[in-house]
Design a protein around this ligand. Structure first.
Ligand code: NDP
Length: 294
């Protein structure tokens, strides 16, 4: 297989993120070809100079590098695994910035290799509004040489780009772990605002203090990462028995207001299991080691 680079790029998928990617490529002066399943989403991009084509195969044939950014891999498979598109991709590179699981990335790598397609998987860790700015964060996995080859074009997306390794599932693995943090934190915040409201505290009143809680997390993340990697879960400063007590207060207050406390009940349940297994003097992160046990 041979791959090639030039100053052109194709973007398949023009949701909010796909449009942001195409816009950044245009701003960087790249010849940008766009396609989306539903027509009409490219109007503003075309006004700014994008080339709009009627089929995904035409789009892929227009550039050596195609960036795919749709809702998930079911959608990207529906686009890429049609015979005409697969044939047009032969000898070209597809970079997937579509979020999905490590397993789907591995399956796509097998498919791509079998069809003479160069493939890198990637994930975008910041909102669409960051694309083209210093705040964008994009992670990749797959052949390093291929990453280096296309990096000059991908640089147009701004921010920080990190190649995490040759194993194709690695970017999706990071993505899943980071989304786990994001969505459980958002679920916690949504719940906190509901409980606060029931107690007569507005979201605006709580927000500055919520930011304070957010700010104490980064050093804690670093500290407990060390504990998890070494398997030492010191509870010296805050044993898990004390943590469960504060979790129970959240559950009781929520339920007294008729507010579902499912998320906190789940956290409290994990902590109580750890205590039940005889680790009550350890810190909360001992749950990491217990979670996979049957
Ligand atoms: P969506 O996740 O809603 O994806 C919309 C795109 O998917 C549209 O182009 C849509 O086409 C296409 N699509 C959906 N189903 C199909 C299908 N069956 N066949 C073909 N195309 C399909 O919006 P985003 O653009 O925001 O997200 C794209 C990716 O970027 C996702 O994986 C998302 O997780 C990721 N991402 C997004 C962020 C953001 O801030 N928006 C942040 C970080 C990552 P159509 O218009 O025809 O429906």
């Amino acid at each position: 297989m041979t791959s090639y680079t030039d100053d052109s790029v194709t973007v398949l998928g023009l949701g909010p993120m796909g449009r942001a990617l195409a816009g950044a490529f245009l701003n960087a002066g790249l010849r940008t070809t766009v396609w989306n399943r539903t027509p009409g989403r490219d109007r503003e991009l075309v006004e700014r100079g994008a080339v709009s084509v009627r089929s995904a195969e035409e789009a892929v044939a227009a550039s050596g590098l195609t960036v795919v950014c749709v809702v998930n891999y079911d959608a990207s498979d529906a686009i890429l695994r049609r015979d005409a598109v697969t044939a047009a991709l032969n000898g070209r590179t597809a970079v997937s910035l579509t979020a999905d699981t490590p397993g789907r990335a591995r399956d796509t790598e097998r498919w791509a290799t079998g069809h003479g397609i160069w493939y890198l998987d990637g994930a975008i860790m910041t909102p669409a509004t960051t694309i083209g700015t210093a705040d964008a964060v994009v992670i990749y996995s797959g052949p390093e040489e291929l990453y280096r080859e296309h990096r000059p074009v991908l640089n147009a997306l701004g921010g920080t780009h990190t190649h995490l390794g040759e194993e194709i599932g690695r970017a999706a693995a990071y993505d899943i772990a980071l989304l786990d943090i994001f969505w459980t934190a958002m679920a916690g915040y949504a719940h906190a605002l509901a409980v606060a409201k029931a107690e007569g505290v507005t979201a605006r009143e709580l927000a500055p203090f919520a930011k304070g809680i957010g700010a104490i997390l980064p050093p804690i993340f670093e500290e407990v990462a060390e504990e998890v990697d070494t398997g030492s879960f010191s509870g010296e400063d805050n044993p898990i028995t004390s943590a469960t007590s504060s979790m129970a207060h959240v559950v009781h207050t929520s339920e007294a207001h008729g507010i579902d406390a499912g998320v906190m009940r789940a956290a409290e349940g994990m902590a109580r299991r750890v205590i039940g297994l005889g680790h009550g003097t350890d810190g909360f992160m001992r749950v990491t080691e217990m979670l996979g046990r049957r």
